[in-house]
Design a protein around this ligand. Structure first.
Ligand code: INI
Length: 154
Protein backbone atom coordinates (compact mmCIF):
# COMPACT_ATOMS: atom_id res chain seq x y z
CA UNK A 1 0.00 0.00 0.00
CA UNK A 2 1.29 3.44 -0.87
CA UNK A 3 1.21 5.84 2.05
CA UNK A 4 -0.59 9.00 0.96
CA UNK A 5 -0.74 12.20 2.95
CA UNK A 6 -3.31 14.94 2.77
CA UNK A 7 -4.13 17.77 5.12
CA UNK A 8 -7.45 18.45 6.76
CA UNK A 9 -9.23 21.42 8.25
CA UNK A 10 -8.76 20.77 11.93
CA UNK A 11 -5.93 23.07 12.96
CA UNK A 12 -6.60 23.30 16.69
CA UNK A 13 -3.30 23.80 18.49
CA UNK A 14 -1.37 24.87 15.38
CA UNK A 15 0.18 28.33 15.16
CA UNK A 16 -0.06 30.66 12.17
CA UNK A 17 1.56 33.94 11.25
CA UNK A 18 -0.14 36.44 8.97
CA UNK A 19 1.64 39.23 7.10
CA UNK A 20 -0.71 41.82 5.65
CA UNK A 21 0.21 44.99 3.79
CA UNK A 22 -1.54 48.34 4.39
CA UNK A 23 -1.28 49.63 0.82
CA UNK A 24 -4.82 49.42 -0.62
CA UNK A 25 -6.02 48.85 2.92
CA UNK A 26 -9.69 48.93 1.87
CA UNK A 27 -8.94 45.64 0.05
CA UNK A 28 -6.32 44.07 2.33
CA UNK A 29 -8.42 44.57 5.48
CA UNK A 30 -11.11 42.41 3.81
CA UNK A 31 -8.51 39.79 2.90
CA UNK A 32 -7.48 39.74 6.56
CA UNK A 33 -11.10 39.34 7.67
CA UNK A 34 -11.48 36.41 5.25
CA UNK A 35 -8.27 34.79 6.51
CA UNK A 36 -9.32 35.12 10.15
CA UNK A 37 -12.69 33.54 9.30
CA UNK A 38 -10.88 30.64 7.61
CA UNK A 39 -8.68 30.11 10.67
CA UNK A 40 -11.66 30.29 13.02
CA UNK A 41 -13.60 27.73 10.96
CA UNK A 42 -10.55 25.46 11.22
CA UNK A 43 -10.44 25.63 15.01
CA UNK A 44 -7.45 27.96 15.34
CA UNK A 45 -7.42 29.92 18.61
CA UNK A 46 -6.79 33.68 18.46
CA UNK A 47 -3.86 33.19 20.84
CA UNK A 48 -2.23 30.96 18.20
CA UNK A 49 -2.26 33.75 15.60
CA UNK A 50 0.18 36.59 15.12
CA UNK A 51 -0.40 39.39 12.59
CA UNK A 52 2.32 41.62 11.17
CA UNK A 53 1.18 44.74 9.28
CA UNK A 54 3.66 46.10 6.75
CA UNK A 55 3.55 49.21 4.51
CA UNK A 56 3.24 47.55 1.09
CA UNK A 57 3.45 44.26 -0.75
CA UNK A 58 7.17 44.72 -1.35
CA UNK A 59 7.81 44.40 2.40
CA UNK A 60 5.74 41.19 2.78
CA UNK A 61 8.56 38.69 2.07
CA UNK A 62 10.85 40.45 4.53
CA UNK A 63 8.30 40.23 7.35
CA UNK A 64 7.42 36.63 6.41
CA UNK A 65 11.10 35.76 6.70
CA UNK A 66 11.24 37.38 10.14
CA UNK A 67 8.26 35.31 11.31
CA UNK A 68 9.76 32.12 9.88
CA UNK A 69 13.04 32.78 11.66
CA UNK A 70 11.28 32.57 15.04
CA UNK A 71 10.56 28.89 14.27
CA UNK A 72 7.28 29.17 16.18
CA UNK A 73 4.73 28.93 13.36
CA UNK A 74 3.29 25.99 11.43
CA UNK A 75 2.55 28.17 8.38
CA UNK A 76 2.56 31.79 7.28
CA UNK A 77 -0.14 33.53 5.23
CA UNK A 78 0.83 36.56 3.15
CA UNK A 79 -1.90 39.04 2.20
CA UNK A 80 -1.67 42.09 -0.03
CA UNK A 81 -3.16 43.88 -3.01
CA UNK A 82 -1.19 45.19 -5.96
CA UNK A 83 -3.31 47.01 -8.52
CA UNK A 84 -1.95 47.99 -11.93
CA UNK A 85 -1.32 51.67 -12.48
CA UNK A 86 0.08 53.73 -15.35
CA UNK A 87 3.73 52.80 -14.89
CA UNK A 88 5.77 49.54 -14.83
CA UNK A 89 5.88 49.83 -11.01
CA UNK A 90 3.16 47.16 -10.74
CA UNK A 91 5.33 44.61 -12.54
CA UNK A 92 8.33 45.20 -10.29
CA UNK A 93 6.29 44.97 -7.08
CA UNK A 94 4.43 41.82 -8.24
CA UNK A 95 7.59 40.09 -9.41
CA UNK A 96 9.54 40.76 -6.23
CA UNK A 97 6.65 39.99 -3.90
CA UNK A 98 5.81 36.65 -5.49
CA UNK A 99 9.45 35.64 -5.91
CA UNK A 100 10.27 36.64 -2.33
CA UNK A 101 7.29 34.85 -0.78
CA UNK A 102 8.11 31.68 -2.69
CA UNK A 103 11.76 31.92 -1.66
CA UNK A 104 10.97 32.26 2.05
CA UNK A 105 8.84 29.12 1.96
CA UNK A 106 11.62 27.16 0.31
CA UNK A 107 14.33 28.53 2.60
CA UNK A 108 12.49 27.79 5.84
CA UNK A 109 10.69 24.64 4.83
CA UNK A 110 7.35 25.70 6.23
CA UNK A 111 4.28 26.53 4.13
CA UNK A 112 4.21 30.22 3.15
CA UNK A 113 0.97 30.99 1.35
CA UNK A 114 0.40 33.54 -1.40
CA UNK A 115 -2.73 35.56 -0.71
CA UNK A 116 -1.58 38.63 -2.61
CA UNK A 117 -3.96 39.99 -5.23
CA UNK A 118 -2.30 41.19 -8.43
CA UNK A 119 -5.08 42.73 -10.46
CA UNK A 120 -5.57 44.88 -13.54
CA UNK A 121 -8.06 47.12 -11.78
CA UNK A 122 -9.98 47.84 -8.60
CA UNK A 123 -13.06 45.86 -9.67
CA UNK A 124 -11.04 42.66 -9.92
CA UNK A 125 -9.58 43.28 -6.45
CA UNK A 126 -13.02 43.93 -4.95
CA UNK A 127 -14.37 40.72 -6.52
CA UNK A 128 -11.63 38.69 -4.80
CA UNK A 129 -11.87 40.24 -1.35
CA UNK A 130 -15.59 40.10 -0.58
CA UNK A 131 -17.37 37.89 1.90
CA UNK A 132 -17.59 34.15 1.32
CA UNK A 133 -15.58 31.64 -0.67
CA UNK A 134 -14.34 34.12 -3.30
CA UNK A 135 -12.21 35.85 -0.66
CA UNK A 136 -8.57 35.07 -1.45
CA UNK A 137 -7.52 35.69 2.15
CA UNK A 138 -9.86 32.96 3.32
CA UNK A 139 -8.61 30.69 0.54
CA UNK A 140 -4.99 31.27 1.60
CA UNK A 141 -5.78 30.57 5.28
CA UNK A 142 -7.56 27.31 4.40
CA UNK A 143 -4.63 26.29 2.19
CA UNK A 144 -2.24 27.09 5.07
CA UNK A 145 -4.29 24.87 7.39
CA UNK A 146 -4.30 22.07 4.83
CA UNK A 147 -0.53 22.24 4.33
CA UNK A 148 0.29 22.55 8.04
CA UNK A 149 -1.96 19.65 9.04
CA UNK A 150 -0.45 17.50 6.27
CA UNK A 151 3.08 18.23 7.47
CA UNK A 152 2.05 17.24 11.02
CA UNK A 153 1.03 13.82 9.74
CA UNK A 154 4.32 13.11 7.98
N1 INI B 1 2.24 48.28 -2.68
C1 INI B 1 1.15 47.48 -2.70
O1 INI B 1 0.99 46.66 -1.78
N2 INI B 1 0.24 47.57 -3.70
C2 INI B 1 0.39 48.46 -4.73
O2 INI B 1 -0.51 48.50 -5.62
C3 INI B 1 1.52 49.31 -4.73
N3 INI B 1 1.69 50.27 -5.78
O3 INI B 1 0.90 50.29 -6.73
O4 INI B 1 2.61 51.06 -5.77
C4 INI B 1 2.46 49.19 -3.67
N4 INI B 1 3.55 50.00 -3.61
C5 INI B 1 4.33 50.15 -2.40
C6 INI B 1 5.41 49.09 -2.25
O5 INI B 1 4.85 47.81 -1.98
C7 INI B 1 6.38 49.42 -1.12
O6 INI B 1 5.68 49.49 0.10
C8 INI B 1 7.13 50.73 -1.35
O7 INI B 1 7.74 50.74 -2.61
C9 INI B 1 8.24 50.91 -0.26
O8 INI B 1 9.21 49.86 -0.34
Amino acid sequence: MIETFEGDHNAKGLRFGVVVSRFNDFITSNLLTGALEGFKESGVEETDLKILKVPGAFEIPQAAKKLCSTESFDAIVCLGAVIRGDTPHFDYICAETSRGIGQVGLDFNIPVLFGVLTTENLEQAVARSGSGSSNKGREAALAAVEMATMYKKL
